[in-house]
Every structure is written in structure tokens, then in C-alpha cells.
Design a protein. Structure first.
Length: 430
């Protein structure tokens, strides 16, 4: 019976949980795969840190890069994080030295996934990263293997549990973004520095990975719309409720001819829809393809349990040899699709403008809209002390025209104190 020797680099919450779970479940894994596994080396910044596990000194490796040249190691598990420094060097060197790699590092894969997959194929080893998208949801393997016979043309969903939790708390508890963020940090759902989550960067890296897997394209990791939830206020949450809508941060990608239309931004969607009622830290991913139609995946998007589950799934996949290509396609067949010009995007828009409550304001708004060929479907005005919130829902309008109008509002701060724009998602695509 073959034994696979493993090394774990990075012993934070996830790395420690992986170590514990592999040791606890090695007999179950052996029964299910027919192979033994053995953790022979671990590496992290501080050997003396209390982790609740016993580490013998002969297992400890101070220099993680030396593991890439250790002939006894078959699989290296990278759990350091980040797309530079030791994480980048470790993964590149591991693949060059014919080591299989399992990682949860979405940032590294989104930036260097194309290069790394070429290196993995060249050296006949696996680079697997199920844990990088969707936590415990087996979305990557489902697309690569379960939907292998399908032509996929649309993927979207809630890919960030932190922002989904914050928006859910704002709605349920009627609290501000700031208060909901503080609560998320106290519960461990948000980092001390939450910018990657709340600015949409985390979701953008994940949709970049999913796009490449779904469409067989090279990774699009820059030059597309990425907006977070930092401008969403409790006023917007409450106005959305009145309109029968909910606000969700969605990551969306579509293949339209030879173009990839990829973006991340808050969306207003009907409250009656299933995805509108995905709350808390839960993730949900929708895949449209032919001949299958629509498939929906839902589950915990983060945390040590779901992430550990995905990592062990990748390790087991390497052991049984049922996962050839990192992105489900040979790197040689991946195509350079053109990036869709988002200026041509058309949808309905929610625009909230906080204005000085005085005569002539509505006329100025109407003039700006008329100049930019935007027509208004609904308008609500709500006074607020000496100010007033004017909420407008447009008819279908072009992105470029709406952006021009928004610039006109921001130029005149003596009248227009604040503007918030949220795109309304076409119900036919949900």
C-alpha cells in the first residue's frame, strides 16, 4: 500500500485544523482511498506558539523552502496566504521540484494560476485549490468533473461570507455598516483589516478563478468592475425593503461570444428570489450551462471546518489520481477572450442622492438625467432635517451615461451632499 508523505506550511487556525483532522481521520482516508498518508514535516513562523497540538522537533522545519527539495515529500500544503513572499516561492519551487501542491490561497491562484498550472502540467504533478473558492462548497470539482460535458456560459453568486453577514445584520438588526462590521470582527467573521472583503477584492479573486474554470479562458484578474459595500448605508437597506428588494454583493461572470463580462458589485435583487435569502456567512453559487441548465451550490463559505474539508478533499484526489488539470483544461487549450467593455452594460439603476432641501433641486437632477439620456421610472423624496433623500429607479440605461450623470452630481457638492448607486440585477438572469 503506497504511502503519501505530506508537509504542511502555515499553522494558523486553518493549518492547525488540517493537521488535527488528517491525523484523526487517517484510517478513514486509507479505507476510502486505498492509500496511507503521513505528515512528516510542518513549518511555520514560531515553533513555540501554543496551537493545541504536539509537534516533535524532528517534524519541524525552520526553512519551508527546503521542503521543496526533500525527496521524501509527495504533497506540500501551502497555508501561508498572500500572492508574494514565501507563499509564492514555496508553490513555484514545489511544482518545479515535482511536488503536488494543495492550497487555499485564492490571491496567489488569481494572480499566478495560469503560470502555475503550466508548471504543474510540465512536471506531471497536481496543483489543487478547492478551498480557495466557496470554502466547503465543492464548486471547483463540481464544475471540472460533474459538469464536464456542459458548455457553461454564466456563473454568479455570493462569494464572500463577511460582506453577506454585514448586509444581513444591517437589514435584520437595523444597524449601521460600521456597527455590523465591528460585530463581524468580534465573531471572527471579519479580519482586523477587512478591506479585502468589504472592498470586493476577495470576491473578485474568486470570480477570476471560477471564470477560468467555467469558460476555459486565461485568468482575468484586472481591468473589470470591482466595487464593495462600504458606500451602502442603512438608508439604502431600508429603501430597498420598501421597494421589495434586497442588497447583495454579487460576483458575476458571463461568456458573451468572444467576450468575458466579469464584475463584482452590490446588486438590488427581488426579495422573493432564493439568492436574496442567503444570509449570514453562507455562500451561494449559481452555474448556468447546457445541457444541464441551472445548478445551485450553497454552504459555509469560510471558517476552519469548511476550509479543512476542501483541503483534505484535494489531498485525497491527488492520492487516487482523479484530477489531472488545475482548471479543468490543459493550460495549452486556454483561450485569450476579450474583456467586455462595461460602458456598454445596460440595466436599471438605484440612485440615492442626499441633497439640500430647497427649490430647484429636482429640476437640476432632471436636467442632468436628460443630458445623459436617462429616464426615471420611480422617484421617492424623504426629508431629513434640512436635507432630503431623493431615491430614483431608472429605466434601462447605459453604464457610460449613468457614470457621466454621477460625475455631475459629485461636482456640485453645495447641493448634492452624497450619491449612492446600486445596479439592479435583471430578474431573468437570477
Amino acid at each position: 500500500m503506497k504511502t503519501f508523505n505530506l508537509a504542511i506550511v502555515g499553522l494558523g487556525n486553518i493549518g492547525t485544523e488540517v493537521y488535527k483532522s488528517l491525523n484523526k481521520n487517517k484510517d478513514i482516508i486509507k479505507k476510502k482511498t486505498g492509500f496511507k498518508l503521513n505528515i512528516i514535516k510542518v513549518s511555520a513562523k514560531n515553533y513555540k506558539k501554543k496551537r493545541g497540538i504536539k509537534l516533535s522537533k524532528n517534524k519541524w522545519e525552520k526553512n519551508p523552502l527546503s521542503l521543496t527539495k526533500n525527496k521524501n515529500i509527495d504533497i506540500i500544503i501551502e497555508l501561508v496566504g498572500g500572492n508574494k513572499g514565501i507563499a509564492k516561492k514555496l508553490v513555484f519551487e514545489s511544482l518545479k521540484n515535482k511536488k503536488h501542491v494543495v492550497t487555499a490561497n485564492k490571491s496567489l491562484i488569481a494572480k499566478y494560476g495560469d503560470q502555475l498550472s503550466i508548471l504543474a502540467e510540465k512536471n506531471a504533478v497536481n496543483l489543487l485549490f478547492e478551498a480557495s473558492v466557496g470554502g466547503g462548497i465543492p464548486i471547483i470539482r463540481s464544475i471540472k468533473q460533474g459538469l464536464i460535458a456542459n458548455k457553461i456560459f454564466h456563473v454568479y453568486g455570493i462569494l464572500n461570507g463577511t460582506t453577506n453577514y454585514i448586509l444581513s445584520e444591517m437589514e435584520d438588526k437595523n444597524i449601521s455598516f460600521k456597527d455590523a462590521l465591528i460585530k463581524a470582527q468580534k465573531l471572527g467573521y471579519a479580519e482586523r483589516n477587512p478591506s479585502s472583503d468589504v472592498k470586493g477584492i476577495d470576491a473578485a479573486e474568486k470570480i477570476s478563478i471560477l471564470s477560468s474554470i467555467c469558460f476555459g479562458c486565461k485568468i482575468l484578474n484586472k481591468g473589470f468592475i470591482v466595487e464593495g459595500i462600504t458606500n451602502v448605508t442603512i438608508d439604502d437597506i431600508n429603501f430597498a425593503k420598501e421597494l421589495g428588494l434586497k442588497i447583495k454583493l454579487l460576483a458575476i461572470s458571463e461568456k458573451i461570444g468572444n467576450y468575458i463580462k466579469q464584475r463584482v458589485h452590490p446588486c438590488l435583487i427581488p426579495s422573493s428570489l432564493d439568492i436574496a435569502n442567503i444570509n449570514g456567512v453562507t455562500n451561494a453559487i449559481v452555474v448556468d450551462g447546457a445541457p444541464i441548465g441551472r445548478t445551485i451550490y450553497e454552504g459555509e463559505g469560510a471558517g476552519k471546518g469548511p476550509t479543512t474539508s476542501a483541503i483534505i478533499s484535494d489531498i485525497s484526489s491527488i492520492m487516487v489520481g482523479n484530477d489531472d488539470f488545475s482548471f479543468g483544461h490543459s493550460p495549452k487549450t486556454k483561450k485569450n477572450f476579450k474583456k467586455y467593455n462595461f460602458n456598454n452594460h445596460e440595466c436599471k439603476y438605484y440612485i440615492r442622492i442626499l441633497v439640500n432641501d430647497k427649490k430647484g433641486v429636482l429640476y437640476k437632477i432632471a436636467s442632468i438625467f436628460a443630458r445623459n439620456n436617462i429616464s426615471v421610472r420611480n422617484l421617492v423624496q424623504k426629508p431629513k432635517n434640512n436635507l432630503s433623500n431623493i431615491v430614483l429607479i431608472t429605466h434601462y440605461a447605459k453604464e457610460i451615461n449613468v457614470m457621466k450623470a454621477m460625475k455631475s452630481f459629485t461636482k456640485n457638492k453645495s447641493i448634492f451632499k452624497k450619491t449612492v448607486l446600486i445596479r439592479i440585477r435583471d430578474q431573468n438572469k437570477l
